[in-house]
Write a protein that binds this ligand. Structure first.
Ligand code: VG1
Ligand code: CO
Length: 543
């Protein structure tokens, strides 16, 4: 088998963001673009020689092409065993599970997650480490540096691997094993969740809808919910992964998963609704007539996780990303466990999970997970909810209202301003950072600034410091506004403004979120001068 060393020249834009390298498909389609980045990753991985590598993706347009390239490059770079999902499919949580189970040195996860797909959509490449989680910044920065000076890549000459057929094939000196995409993941779920109890729930007539948004979770949800748990056929909708997600924007939020929202707010709402994103790591939970914010969902799962077999011994601690509401902290305080606050992005949870400091973690962007893997896990969160619903024997909306009554309600909303000019977005953040020292004590829209900072994270495990992770403004009225720029967008810049307000009084728990948050929104706009810098009078997406 011939290994070619192909001369190449670097691209200057291969710096991974919040979650891997994410660009328009057309950017990845440039000759040598994919090869350069993958070579830079392989050059950075320690212990590639003779090791096992996992490769899988969310099935979006360009997935198979990149997988064939990655397989031939992995064989040329000395990996001895390569596990790849059938038809190139692995959800991000399944990839994490498989890396850990088969002791791989890491894995390539091909996905742009919640970003739209298709020839005009987005694509992405992410590397996960041996622990199954996204590479930390030290690694991604080393990849960027390597990619910025790359002069050749290695690839073997071979015909494409048949990804449809399970089993082993030789590729150069390596063995490629095409594996069932669902099996290992489903087995892991059976160790964490009380499948018998959830099956009984379905047998008792409990109705649910799971919207896979034509993305990767369809086969997983069908095999587990309709297969192993006996939910009626048709429980999973949009269950066939499509290269363009059937035109869906595979971001499970009330705006993009509007069909599910309409159903759950209609007269024939089932007992429970859920959705997941492009690569299956996010989850959206909807009770009849009530969208459950991801921040509340994390808090509710923290409060009740002990009802599932995987967590019956209790939780070590809980972590949330900084912009996520403080609802989970309140539960942690009651349980007497520690709560950690990390920057946005799952990679920051890995050290806490590895060190056994936390059991559950989550983000406001609909990511929830536990120490079973090192990625957020959409379907797992849905299964844990089902376990809790079965154990408490209460309607989902009742569980949420009871939670608010016990802990108070954190009203929460995120405003996104998308497709901004990069300069305007940076200017807004610079201006905001520049005024932080003068804000405390000032009043905006009737709220008084109690304190503010630019969030800097010191990892409690390795002591590494990650500065400039978002500006947070705390108000005396127990409200908060957080500002940061997205690290996953692929055109221009996106400003995210996260707003919350705590309401302890149960008589005020059924108000419209927009009404409760109106002063916080007004204060945030005034402080950051959002319309001045963006030219926009309103956000492009509110979730
Ligand atoms: C967004 C979310 C963040 C999440 C990341 C990856 O990042 O805010 O919470 O971890 O997407 O999620 P940003 O930098 O655009 O705000 V996924 O499901 O796209 O891998
Ligand atoms: Co995702």
């Amino acid at each position: 088998m011939v290994t070619n060393r192909v001369p190449t020249t670097p691209f200057s834009d291969q710096r991974p963001g919040t979650s891997g390298l994410r660009k328009k498909v057309t950017v990845f389609q440039q000759p040598r673009y994919v090869e350069n980045f993958i070579q830079a990753v392989f050059d950075t991985v320690e212990g590639a020689q003779g090791a096992t590598l996992v490769i899988g993706g969310d099935g979006r347009f360009f997935n198979e092409t990149v997988i064939q390239t990655a397989l031939k490059m992995a064989a040329a770079n000395g990996f001895s065993r390569i596990l790849v999902g059938q038809n190139g499919l692995l959800s991000t949580p399944a990839a994490s599970c498989i890396i850990r189970k088969y002791k791989a040195v890491g894995g390539l996860v091909l996905s742009a997650s919640h970003n739209p797909g298709g020839p005009d959509g987005d694509f992405g490449i992410k590397f996960n480490m041996a622990h199954g989680g996204p590479a930390p910044e030290t690694f991604t920065e080393a990849v960027f540096k390597r990619a910025s000076g790359i002069s050749e890549y290695k690839i073997i000459e071979a015909s494409d691997v048949d990804l449809g057929r399970l089993g082993e094939t030789r590729l150069g000196d390596a063995t490629v094993q095409v594996i069932d995409s669902v099996e290992d993941y489903a087995e892991l779920m059976e160790t964490l969740i009380d499948f018998d109890r959830v099956s009984r729930l379905f047998r008792s007539g409990f109705r649910m809808r799971f919207d896979a948004l034509s993305a990767v979770t369809g086969p997983y949800a069908k095999a587990i919910l309709e297969g192993r748990l006996g939910a009626p056929a048709g429980t999973v909708v949009n269950g066939e992964p499509k290269p363009d997600f059937g035109g869906h924007h595979p971001d499970p939020n009330p705006v993009h998963a509007h069909d599910l929202m309409d159903l759950m707010h209609g007269p024939d709402a089932p007992d429970f609704g859920a959705a997941s994103d492009g690569d299956g790591d996010r989850n959206m939970i909807v009770a009849p007539g009530l969208f459950v914010t991801p921040s509340d969902s994390l808090a509710i799962l923290t409060a009740h996780a002990h009802l599932a077999p995987g967590y019956s011994r209790g939780l070590a601690g809980v972590a949330r990303s900084m912009p996520t509401s403080r609802a989970a902290d309140r539960v942690a305080a009651k349980l007497g466990i520690k709560a950690y606050e990390t920057p946005t992005g799952w990679k920051f949870f890995a050290n806490l999970l590895d060190a056994g400091l936390i059991t559950l973690c989550g983000e406001e962007s609909a990511g929830t997970g536990s120490d079973h893997i090192r990625e957020k896990d959409g379907l797992w969160a849905v299964l844990l909810w089902l376990n809790i619903l079965a154990a408490l024997e209460k309607p989902a909306d009742q569980i949420v209202r009871d939670h608010w009554a016990a802990f108070g309600r954190d009203y929460y909303s995120r405003h996104d301003y998308e497709d901004l000019e990069t300069k305007a977005a940076n200017d807004l953040m610079d201006n905001l950072r520049g005024k932080l020292s003068k804000l405390p004590g000032q009043q905006f829209a009737g709220l008084t600034v109690a304190g503010c900072d630019d969030f800097s994270y010191t990892d409690p495990v390795d002591g590494s410091v990650t500065p400039r992770q978002g500006v947070r403004i705390l108000f005396e009225e127990d409200a908060r506004a957080v500002f940061r720029l997205s690290g996953t967008g692929t055109s221009g810049a996106t400003l995210r403004v996260y707003m919350e307000r705590f309401e302890p009084d149960p008589n005020r728990h059924s108000l419209p979120t927009a009404e409760v948050l109106a002063p916080v929104v007004a204060a945030a706009n005034a402080i950051a001068e959002i319309s001045h810098y963006t030219g926009l009078e309103a956000p492009t997406v509110i979730t």
